[in-house]
Design a protein around this ligand. Structure first.
Ligand SMILES: Cc1ncc(COP(=O)(O)O)c(C=O)c1O
Length: 436
């Protein structure tokens, strides 16, 4: 029996007649009996079509940092929508949003808005290639940077057995329909392995336009870099004249107002932002140092988008950053996330489980395996089936993380102490049940 109640199942079947698999994004399909249809969200809670309430740790795969339906953002968006949304010209709201971004992330000299993270990474990669006059991009095993062709290799969905020898990893294509020559422009690296990166640059450095990296692997348990690793990437890219590109689509405005760059004390060359900058409205941005971003001004490097900088996204950005800038949401998120991480660890220890809690209080996950998790290949030691069974047990008890541990639990400022207590109780019960 799946997790759909009768009305949710009825809506799923209805949706399945028009939407492929009943979803608008492949990751949302959990099977015909387990794909949810959601009625609404309120703060940290979501409600399915049967009226069942869940404490939400998916938060739309990360964006809902202030909670669902957060009123100041919803009001700002409503007002903006009523005044018109796109004009094929810049708006004052768009300028306010850009200035707010720059105040929040001071290393960004200049930026442009896009609508999704996929668009942002696509434009960032093109910019890096244009500025350096080189073709190769380095990406990490397990990292996801969106749905476009240039990054569809060795992502978190890739079977580890297909990734080649550790010393010479092969770019594993996660989708058909991509021209085979695209793989020639990608080099695959292992997170937290500086020696590997040094060798890769010794072999090909003069051809490498840049490294694209999620500073904390938001698609691999929220894995954080070892001390000194990001500094190492910064030094290598500087030595070889390559771009260090921080994909902050998940970490931006989540690890703190200045994202991972601020949290880790690193100034990259190009940054990509989306998700938490708009609390759930479609808005994203690519920004960076003046001498790089000016390539767009000089012409010859194409960047465009009908909806880029639209008033709905811009209003959401201004209102979200205003709320985050008070610092209060981050205090709340750190308190909630830390309480959950500590509580989960204690329950796992009491149940004698080989495990560790990975990540940052605002986005973390549970590794059910022995030893340390340092990069994507280490996830082979994680007990995927047991994890999924525990999560389905939690969902039946009204708590909703993603059933795949690679996708972290996301915390919003709307999660309460009661939510934490309820979550830990559901986790303990579901763990005991799954082990039995
Ligand atoms: C790190 C990262 N980059 C890029 C993307 C793509 O963003 P979008 O889904 O908005 O296209 C995602 C999506 O989850 C992501 O996690």
């Amino acid at each position: 029996m799946g997790i759909q109640g009768p009305k949710t199942a009825e809506w799923f079947n209805r949706g399945n007649k028009a939407l492929v698999n009943g979803v608008s994004s492949g990751f949302r399909y959990w099977g015909d009996d387990d794909t949810m249809v959601i009625d609404r969200g309120e703060g940290a809670h979501i409600y399915d079509m049967d009226g069942n309430r869940y404490i939400d740790y998916q938060l739309g795969f990360g964006p809902i940092i202030l909670g669902h339906g957060y009123k100041p953002v919803a009001d700002a968006v409503g007002e903006a929508a009523a005044r018109g949304t796109v004009f094929a010209m810049t708006t004052a709201l768009e300028i306010e949003a850009a200035l707010a971004m720059r105040d929040a992330v001071p290393w960004l000299d200049a930026l442009r808005f896009t609508n999704t993270g996929t668009e942002a990474t696509m434009h960032a990669i093109r910019l890096a290639r244009a500025v350096t006059g080189r073709d190769l991009i380095v990406k990490f095993e397990g990292a996801y940077h969106g749905a476009h062709d240039y990054v569809g290799y060795s992502t978190a969905g890739a079977p580890i057995g297909n990734l080649g020898n550790r010393r010479s990893p092969v770019p594993f294509e996660v989708s058909s329909g991509v021209p085979s020559t695209i793989r020639d422009y990608i080099r695959i690296a292992h997170f937290n392995d500086l020696e590997f990166m040094e060798k890769l640059f010794k072999n090909d450095g003069h051809r490498i336009a840049g490294i694209i990296v999620e500073p904390a692997l938001g698609n691999v348990f929220g894995l954080m870099p070892d001390d000194g690793y990001m500094e190492g990437l910064r030094a290598i890219t500087e030595e070889w004249g390559s771009m260090l590109m921080f994909d902050e689509v998940k970490t931006g405005f989540r690890l703190g107002l200045g994202g991972a760059a601020e949290y880790m004390g690193i100034v990259p060359d190009i940054g990509m932002y989306a998700k938490s900058m708009g609390n759930g409205f479609p808005i994203a941005a690519v920004g960076g140092r003046e001498e790089i971003m000016s390539a767009w001004a000089e012409g010859g490097v194409m960047q465009a988008g009908t909806y880029s900088g639209n008033s709905v996204g811009a209003a959401a950005t201004v209102a979200t950053i205003a709320a985050l800038s008070t610092g209060a949401p981050y205090e709340r998120i750190t308190k909630t996330g830390t309480a959950l991480m500590v509580g989960l660890e204690k329950i796992l220890a009491e149940q004698s489980m080989e495990s560790s809690i990975i990540g940052h209080p605002s986005m973390f996950s549970i590794f059910l395996g022995d030893g340390e998790l340092k990069n994507y290949r280490d996830t082979a030691r994680h007990d995927e089936d047991l994890y999924s069974e525990i999560i389905f047990g939690m969902i039946r008890r009204g708590v909703m993380p993603v059933d795949d541990a690679k996708e972290p639990w996301f915390i919003s400022s709307a999660h309460s102490d009661e939510d934490v207590a309820e979550t830990l109780m559901a986790f303990e019960e579901a763990l005991i049940e799954a082990k039995a």
